[in-house]
Design a protein around this ligand. Structure first.
Ligand code: ARG
Ligand code: ZN
Length: 862
C-alpha cells in the first residue's frame, strides 16, 4: 500500500485558523485544538493521528458521541459534518516515552518537536499533509521553574503566570503554513543574542537557545546566520519576514536541522562549535546548514510543497542555495569540488544501486525514507544545470517570478518550471525528465582527429546513455549542459563553450589547432553524469597543469587516480602486486608540480592530494572485493608519499606554524593541507609520521589538529594508540559532541580482535543507544568507515551491523532505516559477500521490522 503521486487529491476542507493549547507534562501532555473548518469538496472529515489518546471531539461546541466518529490506528474519521464549523479536539500524549524523536519528545529534561515529514500526527489529530495551510496560534502552559523558556513559531503575543507555579506564553504566526513547520520548545536554556537589519530597514532580534553554559559555542552559528541573511537579500532578493528569528540546539535529533517557521531546531552537532571541540569540517557544516535552514524561509516555508513527492522543490533548490552561499563565502572551486565529491560518494552510489529513485519519486511507503542524497544533492544539481542552461540573468528572472507568483502556496515542480519557462521562453518538456528519470547518465566523449592540411576544423562527439533502474527499464535522453574547452600546453586555445545536448548523440566541430591539445569537458561539473572520456594520460596531465577551470584541473587528477585505483584493486584481488608504471609516475609527478605551485591555495592542494573515495572505485571496479579497493587506496597513497616525501615534510613544517585560531577558509585550508601531508606520510609508515603525529596530538590547540593526529596514530598502530584513545576520552568525557568523535574514530579502527572490539564499544555505559548522534558515530562510522571489519569475509561485520539496525528499529525506525542504507552497495561486492549481505537482509525482513526498515530492506534486497 504505497502512497502514489498519481493518487493526489486536494483535502476536503480549508482550515483558515488553527489554535492549539499545550499543557506540558513529560508523561502526559494535553493538546486542545480549535480549528475553523470550511468544506471545499464533498466527503468525510479525515484527520491523521498516531500513538496519541483521543479524549474528546466537538463540532460547534457539541461533544460527539462515540458512534459519530471512527477511530483507526492512524485516523480519526467523521463521516458527516456541516460545511462550515469549528472543530475542538482534545488528545493526550506521552513525550517522555517517545523514542522515535518525531512529534513531541523530551531530550535532556526539555520539550522539543520534530514534525517534518509526518510527526504532527503524533501530537494531535490533524490533516498531516503539506497542502493544508493555516494561521497558527499556540498557547503553551508549563511549570515555570522547570520550563522557564516557552517557544513556538512567529511572534510572542502574550504571557504570564498562572496558579500552581505554572506560566504560559502565546505565540502567533501570521504566515499560513502546513503543520510540518510547526515547532514548540520548552525548558531551561542559555541564550545568545544578536540582531540583523534587513534591506528595508527592519530590525530583527536573533536568538540562539542552547544548553546552559554553551552560549559561546553558538557564536559561529550566529555569525553564519547574519551572513546568510545578507546573502539571501543580495543573491535572491529575499528579505526576512517575521519580527524575530530563533534557533534552538538539541542533543537528541534524528537529522541535521529543521526549518520550522521562525524557530529552527538544530542537532547540536550542527550548531555548537569552538576551536577546542570542533573541527574545521564542523565549522564548515555549521555555516552551510545554518544557511540552508534560513534559506528555507523562502524556499520551503513561504512557498512549500503540494505533497511529499515534491520534496525536491524545497530541498533541491535550498541545497543549491546553500552551496552557492558557501561558494561565495569560501571559494567557488574548492566548494564545487567538495560538493561533487560528496555527490559521487553518496548520490551516485544510490542512483546506481537498488535504492535508485527519481528526484521526484512516484511512490513511497514511508516518506522519511526519501530524505535522500538523490532528492537533496541531485535535486540541487538540477537547479545548477537549469542556471547553466538558461544563464545567470534568466535564472534570476525565473526565480523572481517563482517567488512572486507562488508565494503563500503549496506548489509543484511543474509550477516551478513554468516560472522558468515563462521568464526565459524556453521549453521545459525535456528538462523535466531529470525529475522523473532515475539513474546517472553516462556521457562518452570521442575526439575525431582529422588528418592534416586542408582541414580547418575538427570534431568532438558526445554520446549519452542511462542504464535501467528499478522500475524504469527504458530511458530517454536528457538535456545536458556541457561546458568544454580546448587546452594546449600554454593554456586555453579557445573560449569555453556551452553545448546543450538534447539527443543520444551529437557532434560538434571546432577550429583546428597546430599544437597538441586536450579537451576539458564538463567544466565546473556542468551536469551530474558519469564521464567516460577518451582522454589519455598525457591529456590528463596537460589538464592538471593548464586547465583554467579549477574544478577540471582537480578532476583530471581524479580521473587518473580512479583508473589507477581500479587497476590496483583488480590486481590485488587477483593476488598480484600493483606496479609502479609510467601512468602512476606521471600522476605523482604532476601532484608534486601542483603542491609546489604558489598560485594554488592550500585547500585546493589538499583536495588534489586526496584520491577518490573507495565508493568511487567500487563503482568503476565492481564487482570487487572491497578490501582490495581499500588496499588499493593505501597503495596509491603510499606511492604518492614515496614520490613527494620531502615536499610533504617541508609543507607540513611550514603549515604547522600557525598563529591564533581562526575558523576561516584560509586557515582551515592550511590545516587541511597539513593534515593531508601527515596522513600521506603515515601511509608510507614514514618513521617521521609517528613523531609528528605525537607532537601534534600533545600540542594541539584545536580539534582539527587533535583528531587528525589521533586518527593518524590509530592508522599507524603501536603502543601509543590505546593510551592516546583513553586520554582523549578522559579529557573530553563531559563533551558529548567530542565523545561522538571518539566513538567514530574507534568504530573505524581495524582492531586486532575484530568485531569484539566494536561490540565492547556498544556495551560501554557511555554508549547512548537512544541518541542518534552516538549511534551514527559508532554504527554508521563502522559501516561506512571500517572497510576491513565491516566487510570481513566471515560475515561478522554485516551481522553486527544488522543486529544494531534491528535494535535501533525498536526505538527509532527512521534512524534505523537510514543506517540500513549502507547495504545499498551490496551488488558491487564480490559474490561471497553478496550472499552474506543478502542473508542479513533476509534476516531483517523476517524479523518483522518497522515499515521504515522493511521498505529499505525489501527495496535493497530486490
Ligand atoms: N527539512 C529538513 C532539512 O532539510 C530535514 C527534515 C528531515 N526530515 C526527515 N523526515 N528526514 O533541513
Ligand atoms: Zn532542507
Amino acid at each position: 500500500m504505497p502512497t502514489r503521486l498519481s493518487d493526489y487529491v486536494p483535502y476536503n476542507f480549508e482550515i483558515a485558523e488553527a489554535r492549539f493549547d499545550f499543557r506540558l507534562d513529560p508523561k502526559s501532555t494535553t493538546v486542545r485544538s480549535l480549528l475553523t473548518m470550511k468544506r471545499i469538496a464533498p466527503g468525510p472529515l479525515e484527520l491523521d493521528g498516531e500513538d496519541i489518546k483521543l479524549v474528546s471531539v466537538e463540532i460547534d461546541g457539541r461533544l460527539l458521541k462515540r458512534s459519530e466518529y471512527r477511530l483507526t490506528q492512524t485516523q480519526l474519521i467523521v463521516a458527516e459534518t456541516p460545511d462550515e464549523f469549528t472543530l475542538n479536539i482534545e488528545t493526550v500524549c506521552d513525550p517522555s516515552a517517545n523514542t522515535t524523536l518525531m512529534g513531541l519528545y523530551v531530550s535532556g529534561g526539555r520539550f522539543f518537536t520534530q514534525c517534518e515529514a509526518e510527526g504532527f500526527r503524533r501530537i494531535t489529530y490533524f490533516p498531516d499533509r503539506p497542502d493544508v495551510m493555516s494561521v497558527y496560534t499556540i498557547l503553551i502552559d508549563a511549570d515555570k521553574s522547570t520550563y522557564p523558556t516557552l517557544l513556538s513559531n512567529g511572534n510572542k503575543i502574550d504571557g504570564g503566570e498562572i496558579d500552581g507555579g505554572r506560566h504560559f506564553a502565546v505565540w502567533h504566526d501570521p504566515f499560513r503554513k502546513p503543520c510540518y513547520l510547526f515547532a514548540l520548545v520548552a525548558g531551561q536554556f542559555d541564550r545568545l543574542d544578536d540582531s540583523f537589519t534587513t534591506m528595508s530597514g527592519r530590525h530583527i532580534p536573533l536568538e540562539i537557545y542552547v544548553d546552559p553554559g554553551d552560549a559561546p559555542k553558538a557564536a559561529y552559528a550566529m555569525d553564519s546566520l547574519k551572513r546568510s541573511m545578507a546573502w539571501d537579500e543580495r543573491a535572491f532578493g529575499r528579505e526576512y519576514d517575521l519580527d524575530i528569528f530563533m534557533i534552538v540546539a538539541v542533543r537528541d535529533f534524528n537529522f541535521g536541522a529543521m526549518e520550522n517557521k521562525g524557530l529552527n531546531i538544530f542537532n547540536s552537532s550542527l550548531l555548537l562549535a569552538d576551536a577546542q571541540t570542533a573541527t574545521d569540517m564542523n565549522f564548515e557544516r555549521i555555516e552551510s546548514v545554518v544557511a540552508h535552514e534560513y534559506f528555507h524561509n523562502w524556499t520551503g516555508n513561504r512557498i512549500t510543497c503540494r505533497d511529499w513527492f515534491q520534496l525536491c522543490l524545497k530541498e533541491g533548490f535550498t541545497v543549491f542555495r546553500d552551496q552557492e552561499f558557501s561558494a561565495d563565502q569560501r571559494g567557488a572551486a574548492v566548494q564545487r569540488i567538495k560538493d561533487v565529491r560528496a555527490l559521487r560518494a553518496r548520490q551516485f552510489a544510490e542512483d546506481n544501486g537498488p535504492l535508485a529513485h527519481p528526484v521526484r519519486p512516484t511512490e513511497y511507503v514511508k516518506i522519511d525514507n526519501f530524505y535522500t542524497a538523490t532528492i537533496y544533492e541531485k535535486g540541487a544539481e538540477l537547479i545548477r544545470m537549469l542556471k547553466a542552461w538558461l544563464g545567470d540573468d534568466m535564472f534570476r528572472k525565473g526565480s523572481d517570478l517563482y517567488f512572486a507568483r507562488l508565494d503563500g502556496t503549496a506548489a509543484t515542480i511543474e509550477q516551478f518550471l513554468d516560472c522558468h519557462a515563462d521568464a526565459s521562453g524556453e521549453d521545459m518538456s525535456q528538462f523535466i525528465q531529470w525529475y522523473q528519470q532515475a539513474g546517472t547518465p553516462r556521457l562518452t566523449v570521442r575526439r575525431h582527429q582529422t588528418p592534416t592540411t586542408p582541414v580547418i576544423s575538427q570534431t568532438v562527439s558526445f554520446y549519452q546513455e542511462t542504464l535501467p533502474t528499478p522500475g524504469q527499464p527504458n530511458k530517454k535522453p536528457m538535456l545536458l549542459p556541457i561546458r568544454w574547452q580546448a587546452i594546449g600546453d600554454d593554456g586555453p586555445l579557445m573560449e569555453p563553450q556551452l553545448t546543450v545536448m538534447t539527443t543520444d548523440e551529437t557532434t560538434i566541430s571546432y577550429p583546428r589547432f597546430d599544437v597538441p591539445h586536450s579537451l576539458s569537458v564538463l567544466q565546473r561539473f556542468s551536469a551530474p553524469v558519469i564521464l567516460n572520456s577518451d582522454a589519455t594520460t598525457e591529456d590528463l596531465i596537460r589538464l592538471m597543469g593548464q586547465d583554467p577551470d579549477a574544478f577540471n584541473r582537480w578532476e583530471a587528477g581524479q580521473t587518473l587516480a580512479r583508473r589507477l585505483l581500479a587497476d590496483f584493486a583488480k590486481a590485488l584481488e587477483a593476488g598480484r602486486m600493483p606496479k609502479m608504471d609510467t601512468a602512476l609516475r606521471d600522476y605523482t609527478n604532476a601532484l608534486a608540480v601542483t603542491l609546489r605551485d604558489p598560485q594554488f591555495d592550500d585547500a585546493f592542494k589538499a583536495l588534489v592530494l586526496t584520491p577518490p573515495s573507495a565508493m568511487e572505485v567500487l563503482m568503476v571496479a565492481a564487482p570487487v572485493d572491497p578490501i582490495a579497493v581499500h588496499e588499493a587506496g593505501n597503495w596509491l597513497s603510499r606511492a604518492i608519499a614515496d614520490t613527494l616525501r620531502d615536499d610533504l615534510v617541508a609543507t607540513y613544517t611550514v603549515k604547522n606554524d600557525d598563529g591564533p585560531f581562526s575558523p576561516d577558509a584560509k586557515a582551515a585550508g592550511r590545516r587541511a593541507l597539513k593534515g593531508r601531508c601527515l596522513s600521506l606520510l603515515a601511509a608510507r609508515f614514514d618513521p617521521l609520521a609517528a613523531s609528528l603525529a605525537t607532537n601534534q596530538l600533545d600540542g594541539a590547540t584545536n580539534m582539527t589538529d587533535e583528531i587528525g593526529a589521533l586518527v593518524t596514530l590509530s592508522r599507524l598502530g603501536g603502543q601509543r594508540v590505546e593510551s592516546s584513545m583513553t586520554q582523549f576520552f578522559e579529557k573530553w568525557k563531559d563533551q558529548p559532541l567530542v565523545i561522538d568523535k571518539w566513538y567514530s574514530v574507534q568504530s573505524m579502527r581495524h582492531h586486532a580482535d575484530g568485531i569484539q572490539a566494536i561490540i565492547r564499544l556498544a556495551e560501554m555505559p557511555s554508549y547512548e543507544r537512544n541518541n542518534p548522534n552516538r549511534v551514527r558515530a559508532l554504527v554508521g562510522g563502522f559501516a561506512f568507515g571500517n572497510t576491513k571489519l565491516f566487510h570481513k569475509i566471515d560475515g561478522s561485520g554485516y551481522r553486527f551491523f544488522a543486529d544494531q539496525v534491528l535494535d535501533m528499529d525498536t526505538r527509532n525506525p527512521s534512524v534505523a532505516a537510514r543506517l540500513l542504507g549502507s547495504f545499498e552497495i551490496w551488488r558491487k561486492l564480490d559474490p561471497t559477500r553478496q550472499a552474506l549481505v543478502r542473508a542479513e537482509l533476509d534476516r531483517i525482513i523476517a524479523a518483522k521490522p518497522s515499515k521504515n526498515v522493511l521498505e529499505i530492506a525489501q527495496r535493497t534486497r530486490a
